[in-house]
Design a binder for this molecule. Structure first.
Ligand code: DX5
Ligand code: ZN
Length: 216
């Protein structure tokens, strides 16, 4: 069964705690933390202090998605007892191997993300080391965009590669997942799906999580 990671990027920040509590209680498997620096992507979101505000709440692990330049310089700020994965972008890191090893040495699952136009082969040399591969299904930077269908082919390709080689990383898809696209996303065989606007722009985010969980 695929897991769901609601992205707080689309949450109402004036009520962040209560919204996160609600989706956690409704069965969210991770809380997806979208960090944007206005440099790697053309938008600025928030940093580690906002994520750490949630530390005392009863939530599932954080799934941190760093859309920032020089992730090796900043990822340590996101290491907490509740951090499950830290994912950085292949396009933003010239020292992928070293950053993966450092994240793992901190006791955190290491993920690498690829943009829609980035081919899978760019990850060939780190496939043995990663815990998660995040396939961007929109161009990163903003919530509420449309899923790019060709990215689902990448998910299927990754599943093939994983089977053939006996790798054990999880595959995550991020962007444009909503009630309309959910069937094709589930059908791709992905392990974790991120949903931001579909969950937090709904009247009752907790109900939206329940709806997703039922279909998964
Ligand atoms: C996009 C972010 C996504 C985004 C998902 O840059 O990485 O996590 O918030 O939002 P929706 O689900 O609205 O596409
Ligand atoms: Zn994300």
């Amino acid at each position: 069964m695929a897991k769901i990671a609601p992205s707080i990027l689309s949450a109402d920040f004036s009520r962040l705690g209560s919204q996160v509590k609600a989706v956690s209680k409704a069965g969210a498997d991770y809380i997806h933390i979208d960090v944007m620096d206005g440099h790697f992507v053309p938008n600025i979101s928030f940093g580690a202090p906002v994520m750490k505000c949630l530390n005392d709440l009863d939530t599932p692990p954080y799934d941190v998605h760093l859309m920032i330049s020089e992730p090796g310089k900043y990822f340590e700020d996101f290491v907490t007892d509740k951090t499950g994965f830290i994912t950085f972008h292949q396009e933003a890191e010239t020292h992928m191997n070293s950053t993966i090893q450092r994240i793992k040495a901190a006791g955190i699952g290491a993920g690498v993300a690829i943009n829609p136009a980035t081919p899978i082969w760019t990850l060939d040399e780190v496939m043995e080391d990663v815990d998660l591969i995040l396939v961007m299904s929109v161009n990163p930077g903003f919530g509420g965009q449309k899923l790019i269908p060709s990215t689902l082919k990448k998910v299927r390709k990754l599943i093939e590669i994983r089977e053939k080689n006996g790798f054990d990383w999880q595959i995550e898809i991020d962007g444009g997942v909503n009630r309309d696209t959910l069937p094709s996303v589930i059908d791709s065989g992905v392990d974790i799906l991120v949903a931001g606007s579909a969950v937090f722009n709904a009247k009752y985010p907790a109900e939206e999580i329940q709806y997703f969980k039922e279909l998964l």
